[in-house]
Ligand binder design. Structure first.
Ligand code: AMP
Length: 593
């Protein structure tokens, strides 16, 4: 398919806010694409070139893109800048300035993709200039509408208002004419974390006109693979120990550490070595992924070394571990708060940070052991593997303690013990549960001290936009902001609170700065916001904030149906994606108990 024709779909999708219409358009689009085109198009539709874990970044700032536009269309930079200031979206600017330019737009989706890939891959000295040149050359070959979308992709601003889940819905429509295959497709996506592969597979199946049974088998065979992240299992909440025990009568209680989620893959590509204990050189590969499936490997050399040691020492073929890593003071052994651990993500100064603030990794699950996929094994069995290989700590890798409890009293005692030792709370896990990648359900329940003090609890909410401050508030350029929950069912954001107090001056300043970075030219299509709450400025769904509140109430105004009393900002949750924010179901659960 020509990119020009693809852009017509992008435009239609951009114009609608109706989920069904978007799904229908995507389904129509997929009916016209070859499997390879479908794969590449699915990345482009999400404004990417590859799944997150491959870490392909454009590193092309708006400033540079303004230069690209001026070069491609022979316009003074000042003029492009001025137009950008007026319109607030470089895509629209390009569409306007390219209007009437005689370009046939002969490039295919694949050619545009490869071109963008080249731009992203330029690295090192002089790469900014080379990126500029390549982008400008690409724009020159595109028709105005295609240019509008192509310019937005490297800026991370394609804003079509849907996520992978809607793509899965569209595939299900293509297969059976309704959404009923989404759970099956989602399951496969959760272990592969690569939407392109799933799209390619389904289009392949449709092309071959095979029976659905064949596809079902293929999907079921998609098991974990070393080096490819699995979407992490997530925890739900319940308001009291009684309710936890009622829902999880056979429970394992673990401490909840306030660090960073780390999924550790360590494996040998060529299989087990016979003389591994004696060889100096290791052939063990390690990858560490965050909860958002970003590659964290360079940031945690001590975890990498320990994982190699573990595989070498037990002479394994490979393991995938799920864990929490938390930095500590090497002098006192005390854990640092989350904000310190996350500093490692800045990528520079890792050696220094490692010395001053090393991490300890608490392994709480194992998803793959020596060639065997453990996702469908019960937790008790998975723990037995862990007990074997981590009976003693290996480097910074420690086994997370787990106690089997049968009554409320035991659970309460453990909770108090952990909290007084400075930990965040407890994680209660159903011991016969499988590992449900990507799912938030009652296999895991988290419980923090805040849950005990009235209904006060914290929520991870997405910043949707902000309101201009009046009077005193104006000094930060922001008077209040609107936050919402993520609704996975319809792949959209619903409002829960307009927050105008509960922030320190520094927090207001930082919030304003962050909001400016993600400012959207108009309300994103997947925000469901009542007219009364329309923001003065909108933001892309990107920033997750942890909000504490005294109470959840029902709300006729907010589109989630819930509101928060006395909300205040606890911290910015840079480790969470907007699609990992609190859901309306969780709000319901917490309110009704
Ligand atoms: P939350 O971020 O509040 O939704 O809590 C879930 C997170 O707690 C997980 O994503 C892990 O990063 C973290 N965590 C800490 N300790 C544990 C544990 N023992 N088991 C599972 N997750 C844990």
């Amino acid at each position: 398919m020509l990119f020009k024709d693809f852009s017509v779909y992008l435009q239609k999708i951009e114009k609608t806010t109706l989920r069904l219409e978007i799904t229908d358009l995507l389904s129509q689009l997929f009916s016209k694409l070859s499997p390879t085109e479908g794969k590449l198009a699915s990345y482009l539709l999400l404004g990417q070139l590859a799944p997150n874990y491959q870490g392909i970044e454009f590193n092309l700032a708006t400033k540079t893109m303004i230069k690209v536009v001026s070069r491609a269309y022979n316009l003074p930079e000042e003029e492009v800048k001025k137009k950008y200031k007026e319109i607030g979206d470089l895509g629209e600017v390009v569409w306007q300035v390219a209007e009437g330019k005689e370009t046939e737009g002969k490039l295919s989706i694949e050619e545009v993709y490869r071109h963008l890939y080249k731009v992203a891959k330029e690295e090192g000295e002089g790469s900014v200039e080379r990126k500029q040149y390549l982008m400008a050359e690409l724009l020159k070959q595109l028709d105005p509408l295609s240019s509008k979308y192509v310019v937005r992709i490297p800026l991370g601003k394609l804003r079509l208002g849907f996520s992978q889940l809607t793509i899965l819905d569209a595939l299900s429509w293509r297969l059976v004419g309704d959404k009923s295959w989404r759970p099956l497709l989602e399951k496969a996506y959760n272990v592969r974390s690569d939407i392109g592969i799933i799209v390619e597979m389904i289009l392949n199946h449709l092309q071959k006109k095979e029976k659905l049974e064949v596809l079902k088998e293929l999907l079921a065979k998609m098991t974990v693979q070393s080096g490819i992240p699995i979407r992490p299992a997530l925890a739900s909440r319940l308001p009291s120990f009684e309710e936890i025990i009622a829902k999880l009568p056979q429970a394992g209680v673990e401490p909840k550490y306030d660090g960073l989620r780390t999924q550790i893959h360590a494996w040998r590509e060529k299989g087990r070595k016979k003389d591994s204990l004696f060889s100096k050189e290791t052939d063990v590969k390690v990858k560490i992924f965050s909860r958002n499936l970003e590659d964290l490997t360079p940031m945690f050399p001590e975890i990498k070394e320990s994982a190699i040691e573990l595989v070498e020492r037990s002479n394994l073929q490979g393991v995938i571990l799920d864990s929490e890593s938390i930095s500590f003071d090497p002098q006192t052994g005390r854990f640092y708060p989350f904000q310190e651990t996350i500093k490692r993500k800045r990528k520079y100064n890792v050696a220094e940070l490692r010395r001053q603030r090393p991490v300890r990794t608490y392994v709480f699950d194992i998803l793959y052991f020596d060639g065997e996929d453990l996702l469908t094994q019960p937790l008790s069995k998975r723990r037995s593997y862990l007990n074997k290989i981590l009976a003693k700590p290996v480097g910074c890798l420690n086994l997370t303690p787990q106690h089997l409890v049968k009554d409320k009293k035991e659970m309460e005692t453990l909770f108090e013990e952990y909290v007084s030792a400075g930990l965040e709370g407890i994680m209660v896990k159903k011991i016969d549960s499988v590992y449900q990648a990507g799912a938030r359900n009652f296999n895991w329940v988290k419980f923090k001290p805040s849950a005990l003090t009235s209904v006060e609890d914290t929520f991870d909410l997405v910043v949707l936009g902000w309101y201009q401050g009046k009077g005193k508030r104006n000094k930060f350029g922001i008077g209040a902001f609107l936050v919402g929950v993520y609704n996975p069912r319809d792949d959209n954001y619903l409002t829960v609170s307009k927050i105008g107090t509960g922030l320190t001056d520094d927090q207001w300043r930082e919030l304003h700065k962050r909001c400016l970075e993600i400012k959207a030219p108009h309300k994103p299509a997947n925000y469901v916001v009542p007219k009364e709450l329309a923001c003065d400025f909108w933001t892309e769904p990107s920033l997750v904030v942890e909000i504490k509140a005294d109470e959840i109430t029902r709300s006729p105004l907010h589109t989630s149906g819930y509101a928060l009393r006395f909300p205040r900002l606890v911290r910015f949750r840079d480790d969470k994606l907007p699609t990992q924010a609190t859901t309306p179901e969780e709000m319901k659960e917490m309110m009704e108990g």
